[in-house]
Design a protein around this ligand. Structure first.
Ligand SMILES: [Zn+2]
Length: 244
C-alpha cells in the first residue's frame, strides 16, 4: 500500500463487479494496482451468514475436499444475499468448530475438569458434520476419538495429620482427600521421655540401661489421623486433536 492511498473497503457483488459507489474518486496507477490486488483477494474470500453470525474465510477452505460447500458455492444456485454473503442455516457456535476443522484440521474438544466431556455438544456437532458431509470430523466424533486427547493421571500419597498440600496446585490438578484414623504401634522410651516417643534412635545410653528394668510395653497403640490424597492431573494432548 502506498502512503498516499486512501484505503477504500468495498464489497464485490455476486457477479464479481464492484458497486459504482464504492470506487474511489481519485484513481492513480498505484490505486489501480492496489484495487486489482484487493479484488483478487476478495474473489478468494467468502462470507457466510450462519444464522446471523458472519464467518469470513477463503473459498478454498470450504470447497477443497468437501462436496457440500463445493455445490453450495458453485454459483449455480445464485442465492447470495444482497451483501454478497451466503446464508447457512446452522448453529453458529457449532459451525465455528466445523470451520476450525476445515481451516486447520483441528478437531473439537469440549472438556471440563468437573463433568468431563460435553457429549451433548459432540452429538450435535456430529449431526452438523453429517449435514455438511465432513468425513474427517464424522470419523473423529463417531469413533469418540476425543477420549484419546484427554489423559487423566492418577497418583496417591498418604500423609499424617491434616494436609494443606492442595494449596499450591494448578487448576489442571484435582485433589481428593480421604482422612481416616489409624492405629499405629509407637515406640515408648523406657525412661518415659516425651521427646524419645516414637523415636528409638533418640534414646541414648541412659535409656538403654533403663531398658533392662522397663515397666510396661515397649510399644503402645496410638491413634493417628492420616489423609490419603488422591491427585488427578488432566493433560490435554493437543497433538491428538490434529486430524491427519
Ligand atoms: Zn529414651
Amino acid at each position: 500500500m502506498s502512503a498516499s492511498t486512501n484505503t477504500v473497503f468495498h464489497s464485490t457483488s455476486p457477479d464479481g463487479t464492484i458497486p459504482v459507489d464504492s470506487i474511489p474518486t481519485r484513481i492513480d496507477n498505484a490505486d489501480a494496482n492496489n484495487q486489482e490486488e484487493t479484488k483478487v483477494q476478495e474473489e478468494k474470500l467468502i462470507t457466510l451468514n450462519v444464522n446471523g453470525r458472519h464467518f469470513v474465510t477463503l473459498k478454498e477452505t470450504l470447497t477443497s475436499g468437501n462436496d457440500w460447500f463445493k455445490n453450495r458455492l458453485s454459483g449455480r444456485w445464485n442465492d447470495a444475499l444482497a451483501d454478497g454473503s451466503y446464508f447457512v442455516d446452522a448453529d453458529p457456535n457449532l459451525f465455528a468448530y466445523i470451520l476450525q476443522y476445515l481451516r486447520r484440521g483441528i478437531a473439537p474438544l469440549s472438556y471440563k475438569q468437573v463433568g468431563g466431556h460435553d457429549y451433548g455438544m459432540y452429538a450435535a456437532l456430529l449431526d452438523e458434520a453429517k449435514y455438511f458431509q465432513i468425513t474427517g470430523l464424522i470419523d473423529w466424533l463417531g469413533k469418540k476419538k476425543y477420549r484419546d486427547a484427554v489423559v487423566v493421571n492418577t497418583s496417591s500419597q498418604e500423609v499424617e495429620g491434616v494436609s494443606d498440600i492442595g494449596r499450591n496446585t494448578s487448576s489442571a490438578q484435582r485433589l481428593k482427600f480421604f482422612p481416616s484414623r489409624v492405629v499405629k504401634k509407637t515406640y515408648v522410651c523406657p525412661r518415659s521421655i516425651g521427646m524419645h516417643r516414637g523415636d528409638l534412635a533418640g534414646c541414648g545410653r541412659a535409656c538403654a540401661r533403663a531398658e533392662v528394668s522397663r515397666v510396661g510395653d515397649r510399644y503402645e497403640d496410638e491413634e493417628v489421623l492420616t489423609t490419603l490424597i488422591v491427585s488427578q492431573q488432566t493433560v490435554i494432548e493437543e497433538a491428538k486433536l490434529v486430524i491427519g
